[in-house]
Design a protein around this ligand. Structure first.
Ligand SMILES: *Cc1c(COP(=O)(O)O)cnc(C)c1O
Length: 397
């Protein structure tokens, strides 16, 4: 009798606990700090600012929030974004980068990726700014997104934005642990937003953080995130705030997770290297490039599949993986292709050609990249892909 193993599903990027989290969470329970704010929140902010700041020799201030999206929302408010403003944003990203722009009544204008980093194209950014400024619409801010664990070309983006005095908000939700020219992601621009959602490289189940070298900005974020309560016993308010702070229990999970971040990065990079070793030479397969100035975490291993050369479309590969209970996903659908943002402007890397982001989406796939994935599971995924890319050979085997 043939034995068919019943495989457990392999997920894209599930949470990976270390055991360290329990110590902090137990402490919260023991002391009854089951509230937003508390010693774990203070500790998590302090430890993150030390973690990110140490390489820069810079002092960073952090405000832990209920989500990464909340951190982006607060960041835009702090940059003075108001109804009617134009805000530049990476086109190739998750919708949470752009939603807060609309929620503030501002107009998102999307900027294409380039092929060398998959992140915001400096060429497209300059053209977008020049065009908008010529039309009298000086952009109020620029949200640059670090995709799939890789930072943007910040020296280039920053120089362009500096020419026009446009502040950058770094969306570092996917890039904690990465660096650009040796400098940590989460420290670029006027401020940065981190995410600790369940699928990110480290998690609090849900949460985020706003980071800046400008302590007064972060102080103001803290104020707005706690209902903008004035220091008075009777709850005095002069402006409308938000309930955007992180809970003390969840910050305990974050402290435990942060202590193993370096291990998590090493494992995700090793997973990428394993996929690359078995698949990079296949015709039509191209992994997300890592420029020499970038050290990516490879939070998600991402690649494109040119169907003409690979003999298999991206969707056929997704189906082959799904049949083996392996979760893979298309890359992010660009914002300019989303019904939500129909009618929004978009600046392509090369205006004479289709946007780069469109091809990266149509051919792009994210492979299982969870740091807890075993070598056996990783080999199973790689083998499934190899078979899907050579259907004839697989049928014979
Ligand atoms: C996850 C993510 C966010 C949002 O973070 P949440 O904590 O889920 O609100 C924002 N931007 C990008 C690029 C993300 O991947």
């Amino acid at each position: 009798m043939t034995h068919y193993p019943t495989h457990t599903p392999i997920l894209l990027s599930p949470p990976h606990l270390s055991g360290e989290e329990k110590r902090f969470v137990d402490e919260a329970f023991r002391t009854n700090w089951i509230a937003p704010l508390g010693p774990n929140v203070d500790g998590f902010e302090r430890e993150m600012s030390e973690h990110l700041g140490v390489a820069q020799g810079a002092r960073l201030a952090c405000c832990a929030t209920s989500s990464g999206t909340a951190a982006i929302h607060l960041g835009l408010i702090l940059l003075g974004v108001k109804a009617g403003d134009v805000v530049l944003c990476s086109d190739f990203t998750f919708v949470a980068s752009a939603n807060p722009i609309r929620q503030l009544g501002a107009e998102p204008v999307f900027v294409d990726s380039d092929e060398t980093s998959w992140n915001m194209s400096p060429v497209a950014l300059r053209r977008a700014i020049e065009t908008l400024v010529a039309q009298g619409r000086h952009p109020r801010a620029c949200i640059a997104v670090d995709l799939y664990g890789q930072g943007c070309d910040y020296p280039a983006l920053q120089a362009i934005c500096d020419d026009y005095d446009i502040p950058i908000l770094e969306d570092a939700a996917e890039s904690l642990g990465a660096s650009v020219h040796g400098r940590a992601c989460g420290t670029f621009g006027r401020m940065a937003a981190l995410s600790f959602n369940g699928n990110k490289i480290i998690t609090t189940s849900g949460g985020g953080m706003l980071v800046s070298t400008d302590a007064s900005l972060v102080e103001r974020a803290r104020h707005l995130a706690t209902q903008a309560r004035e220091p008075a016993a009777h709850y005095e308010h002069v402006e409308a705030g938000f309930n955007y702070r992180m809970s003390n229990v969840l910050a305990g999970i974050g402290r435990g997770q942060l202590s193993v971040l370096a291990d998590r990065v090493a494992r995700r990079r090793a997973i990428f290297a394993r996929y690359e070793a078995s698949l990079a030479r296949r015709p039509g397969v191209r992994f997300m490039p890592e420029p020499v100035w970038s050290r990516s975490t490879h939070w998600l291993t991402a690649a494109t599949l040119d169907p003409a050369a690979a003999g298999c479309t991206r969707d056929e590969l997704l189906a082959a993986l799904s049949a083996q209970r392996i979760e893979a996903r298309p890359t992010w659908k660009p914002m300019h292709m989303q019904p939500l943002f129909a009618g929004c402007r978009m600046f392509a890397h090369d205006p004479a050609r289709r946007p780069v982001s469109q091809r990266l989406f149509e051919q792009g796939i994210c492979l299982p990249s969870g740091s807890a994935m075993s070598d056996e599971d990783l080999a199973r995924v790689a083998h499934t892909i190899e078979s899907a890319l050579s259907p004839a050979r697989a049928a014979v085997a």
